[in-house]
Write a protein that binds this ligand. Structure first.
Ligand code: T46
Length: 133
């Protein structure tokens, strides 16, 4: 399984750092939605689903967490701990987010608006979905 991790350009100067993300320049899709999670309880596992069409880029802009990606054949664990790194998560990919540090803020740039119909929340259904993909 190929994991795509973007390293964004920090614009640092004597005042600190700034990262700018522009669609089709830094992000390979139109950004229709941004959301972020914080105050995640220790030992909790979020996600546990796949998307039929949604593409996303996950950026842990503060603290750290881990992402488990599973394409139905292979799994990879990707630590996110730099505010200038983004993990691309394509459609048809089971994802779990866990091991959040207490200060973690995980920001997500998404290619679509929120739509519960795009979610596959059952792992067996996910396996069936990728068979027909
Ligand atoms: C994903 C991973 C990385 C909304 O109302 N609008 C939204 O845009 C989102 C993302 C969520 N919600 C509501 C739906 C639930 O009542 O917020 C609540 C928590 O959402 P969910 O349980 O889906 O959160 P996660 O962390 O399990 O998954 C989220 C995204 O839903 C998902 O697309 O890939 O982050």
């Amino acid at each position: 399984m190929q994991v795509v991790k973007y390293v964004f350009q920090p614009h640092g100067d004597e005042r600190g750092q700034l990262v700018a993300l522009e669609e089709f320049k830094d992000i390979p899709f139109t950004i229709k939605r941004v959301y972020y999670m914080y105050d995640t309880i220790a030992d909790v596992v979020r996600g546990k689903h796949a998307h039929k069409s949604l593409e996303q880029i996950l950026v842990c802009i503060h603290g750290s967490c881990k992402i488990r990606l599973d394409n139905g054949r292979e799994q990879k664990i990707i630590p996110l701990e730099k505010p200038y790194e983004g993990l691309y998560v394509p459609n048809a990919m089971w994802r779990e987010m866990y091991d959040f540090s207490p200060d973690a803020v995980l920001m997500v740039l998404a290619s679509e608006l929120y739509d519960e119909r795009d979610y596959i929340r059952d792992y067996d259904e996910f396996l069936e979905f990728i068979q027909g993909d």
